[in-house]
Each structure stands twice: as C-alpha cells, then as structure tokens.
Write a protein that binds this ligand. Structure first.
Ligand code: FMN
Length: 367
C-alpha cells in the first residue's frame, strides 16, 4: 500500500506540518543534574526533525510532579535554558516541537519528592505500579510507588498555576506549543478516572466533577499563552497502565471530549490502550465515537506501522498519527515511510537512562 496519506501536509494552528507523522512523547531519563536537558538531548531531537511534529518527553511542571529519576523539568531557569538549546537545534534542522507538561501525582516516591514528603494525588489510594528512584547514596532502581496524600481543595489552584507557568516557561524556551499530559495514569488522569478519585468535593464523583481539574488546567494554559492553537491534550481512555481503572470510560471521556470542542485546541491526542496489551472492542468503539464527537484535529498513537497509519489517515479516522517506539529506533522515520524502507528495531534495554547508546546512535538510511 502507498503511504501517501501520511505524507500530506497539515495545518496545525499557525504551523504548517510537512506530513502527518508525529513523534510521540517518549521519556528517556537522560538529563543532567537538576533535571536539565543538554547538548545530547538537542542532538537526539534534531535528528528527528523531519517528523511533521515532535512532542517532547513528559516534563514535570514542579518538583512534586516528578516520578522517575533524570526526567526533565520545565520549572527552573537552568531547565528553560537547557530546553532552549533543544528547540533551537530542532528549528535549525527544519522541525517543529511541542513540550509535554507533566505532573505524575501518585506515581512517585518520597525519595523523588521535596523533603521526602509523600506524593500527592486526588485520593490517598496507592497505585500498584512502579516508579524509578535514585537514592541519596547514588544507587538507583525501580521501586513501588508510595501511598499518596490526598490534595486539599485549596491546593488545586496551585496545581493549575504550575501547569500555566510550565506552559509559559515552554514558550520562553522556544517551543511551538504544549501538550497537557492527561493520559497514562498521571495526576490529571488520576482525577479523571473513578478508580483513583474518591473525592467528595467538586473534583470527585460525577464525570463533570472528575473532569473539572483537567479543564481548569487547559483553560489556564490557554489563557496564559493567549493562543489555544498552541495547546494540545493527551488522553488514554481504557488505559490500564499505572493501575488505572474507570467505572464508565464511555461516559467520562465523552463528557470531557465534548467540552473540548469549544476550546479550539491545536489537537486532541488519544493514546490507544493497545500498546500495553489492553486493547479491546470497547476501546475501539469509544475511539470511533470520539472521532465523531470531536470536530477538530485528532491525533492517535499506539501500535501503528506505516500501513495502518496511512490507512487511518486515508479513512479519515484521524488527522495525525504519532509513533513512539518506532521513533526511538528510527530518527528518519518520515523518510523511511516515504521510501517504504524497513525500520530499525528498538532496543528495549536502552529505553531509559544512559547516554548516546540507544539514543543518538541509531542509523539513518543514508548512513
Ligand atoms: C520508552 C517509552 C517512554 C514513553 N514516555 C511517554 C511520555 O513521556 N509521555 C507519554 O504521554 N507517553 C509516553 N509513552 C507512550 C508513547 O508516547 C506511545 O503512546 C506508546 O509507546 C505507544 O505508541 P507506539 O506503539 O508507537 O510505541 C512512552 C512509551 C515508551 C515506550
């Protein structure tokens, strides 16, 4: 099959994307002390600049938002400066890049938190999940996530402000826009889904209440940037990663996505549950319904190859297709799709941590 559908340009806000191929957000745990991106980060992203759009790895908006060692932040001057080097390199290479705004909520551990405090969450419900800790003696490894402390209602405006400030910092760092990470079991998804939210205030209970925080965050980010076309959002209905569960995903996500229509965002990005083996007919049906419900740009991710990605755009099931693991191993994925060339296989052992190996040393077709 021809992959021509993926190679058509697309207008996204004020950006002209040369193709429909997006680099999905990918945590790589490779920053410098202070959670600062550096020259190697810039090389890695610039190598991938032929993507229609790059979405950065998730970046914590505040120190409490971190759940894995060596992930980048977007809250300190050094982090902003580090990211400036990245955005410059991507733009010099002809690319476009959004930053993914992250708060992990309960997917964390006191060793990663200021003053070794408990991580925060909608409710004091521990996830059966793991995070990645670096201890004071320098040793590091996977650890069970801790029992979180439930956020007070009065603390929520501070969380909203942290996202808005992170968005402003991202624009200062030269990003073309931001993606609000409301997927994969992190803080905003924890509020959205009933399994992790047992609050009795205005942020728990009904779908409307559980969606309140994510909508407040979106509205604050859009207000701070003054341009809704620079703001996307990522959701993962039916996702089970990080011990997630919702009693009625159809109701929860239909309500939220219906509310998104009036916000004129750059895009809605759906991460299908298939990538962790949690795909189902219900999840597929909901995705189809959301496509009909949402009248603007839809991006999808999760298990696509060149053929299924092209088919998705050709069928008008989505406008843009994001690739995760394929982009780890193929810096020139867009060229490979255009030329119908084979893809390098990603090496799982070098996904997280380390330096060049498995990061900037995957060969291009021309190499
Ligand atoms: C190593 C790795 C890191 C990831 N980091 C993030 C992340 O920072 N933010 C996010 O939203 N999703 C993250 N994901 C999910 C990917 O963006 C993507 O949705 C998933 O890999 C499915 O797409 P694929 O089948 O093309 O790999 C990560 C996945 C992998 C494998």
């Amino acid at each position: 099959m021809s992959h021509a559908a993926l190679l058509q340009p697309y207008r996204l806000g004020s950006l002209e994307l040369p193709n429909r191929i997006v680099m999905a957000p990918l945590t790589r745990q490779r920053t410098q002390p202070g959670n600062v991106p550096y020259a190697l980060t810039a090389t890695y992203y610039a190598q991938r600049a032929s993507a229609g759009l790059i979405i950065s790895e998730a970046s914590q908006v505040c120190p409490e938002g971190q759940g894995y060692a060596w992930t980048p932040g977007i809250h300190s001057p050094a982090q902003i400066a580090g990211w400036q080097g990245v955005t410059q390199a991507v733009h010099n290479a002809g690319g476009r890049i959004f930053l993914q705004l992250w708060h992990v909520g309960r997917i964390s551990h006191p060793e990663l938190q200021p003053n070794q405090q408990a991580p925060v969450a909608p409710s004091a419900i521990q996830a059966k999940a793991q995070c990645y800790v670096q201890y004071a003696d320098g040793s590091h490894g996977m650890a069970d996530t801790a029992l979180p402390r439930a956020l007070e209602t009065a603390e929520l405006p501070g969380i909203v402000q942290a996202y808005a400030q992170g968005a402003a910092n991202a624009i200062e760092a030269g990003f073309d826009g931001v993606e609000v990470h409301a997927a994969n079991g992190y803080l905003l998804d924890q509020f959205l889904c009933s399994g992790s939210n047992q609050r009795t205030d205005a942020y728990g209970g009904s779908a409307e209440n559980r969606a309140r925080l994510v909508l407040e965050v979106l509205d604050a980010v859009v207000a701070r940037l003054g341009d809704s076309g620079k703001v996307g959002i990522r959701l993962s209905p039916y996702g089970t990663f990080n011990d997630m569960h919702d009693a009625n995903p159809e109701e929860t996500f239909s309500y939220l996505v219906g509310e998104l229509n009036s916000r004129h965002l750059a895009y809605l990005h759906i991460n299908r549950p298939d990538w962790t083996g949690a795909g189902s007919a219900e999840a597929e049906a909901l995705l189809n319904n959301l496509r009909k419900l949402y009248q603007r740009t839809l991006m999808v991710a999760g298990g696509y190859d060149a053929t299924s990605g092209a088919q998705t755009v050709q069928d008008n099931s989505a406008d843009l297709v994001a690739y995760g693991r394929p982009y780890i191993a193929n810096p020139d994925l867009a060229e490979r799709i255009a030329q119908n060339a084979a893809w390098n296989e990603p090496d799982v052992s070098t996904f997280y941590g380390g330096a060049e190996q498995g990061y900037t040393d995957y060969p291009t077709l021309s190499a």
